[in-house]
Design a protein around this ligand. Structure first.
Ligand SMILES: [Zn+2]
Length: 179
């Protein structure tokens, strides 16, 4: 039990560290490139960080043994973590949409395109690796919180990739950023 507890905590921490790192890189790339898509992605990673913190605390809490108030143990809290994660994704999506519609009316030129593309491709790869690892551990340890985080990060692989593809098109065609 102690061994699996350690493992769940460790991988919940991995998600926190990777999301925090992604925020830093996306903020830098967003500011340097002036791309609202990347700034939106940074906001998104901020939400991901909150989600991974919730997963971390629920994994830690669920490992507590049953007591008088919780005769069946603390495993149920991982379900709440999954629900919270879903809500956060929804909020992040709404915020990104708001940012994007604002920018449609004030298009800007893309700067440091190569750096911006590299950061988004890197973010996509990091999320791919982290989500795969988390999913494997979630299955092994039967952890709902880690599984929710893993599935979420798996969808983030495609959002980052989508932004990267958009930036490549902008670079190739010389178009202004519209989204
Ligand atoms: Zn996300």
């Amino acid at each position: 039990m102690v061994g699996s507890w350690d493992k769940k905590i460790k991988f919940a921490l991995l998600s926190i560290v990777s999301n925090a790192t992604l925020i830093i890189f996306k903020v830098i790339a967003g500011i340097l490139s002036g791309s609202v898509s990347i700034i939106s992605e940074a906001i998104h990673s901020g939400m991901d960080l909150v989600a991974s913190l919730i997963a971390f605390f629920s994994v830690r809490q669920s490992a507590k043994p049953a007591d008088r108030q919780h005769p069946y143990g603390h495993g149920k809290i991982e379900h709440l973590s999954g629900i919270a994660e879903g809500l956060l994704i929804f909020i992040a999506a709404a915020m990104i949409l708001m940012e994007a519609t604002k920018k449609i009316y004030e298009p800007i030129q893309l700067e440091h395109a190569n750096l911006a593309i590299a950061v988004m491709l890197g973010a996509s790869l990091v999320n791919l690796l982290v989500s795969r690892k988390l999913y494997k551990v979630a299955r092994e340890e039967d952890s709902m919180a880690l599984e929710a985080d893993a599935l979420h990060l798996k969808t983030d692989v495609y959002t980052s990739l989508g932004v990267a593809v958009g930036l490549v098109l902008i670079k190739l065609t010389g178009l202004l950023i519209l989204v």
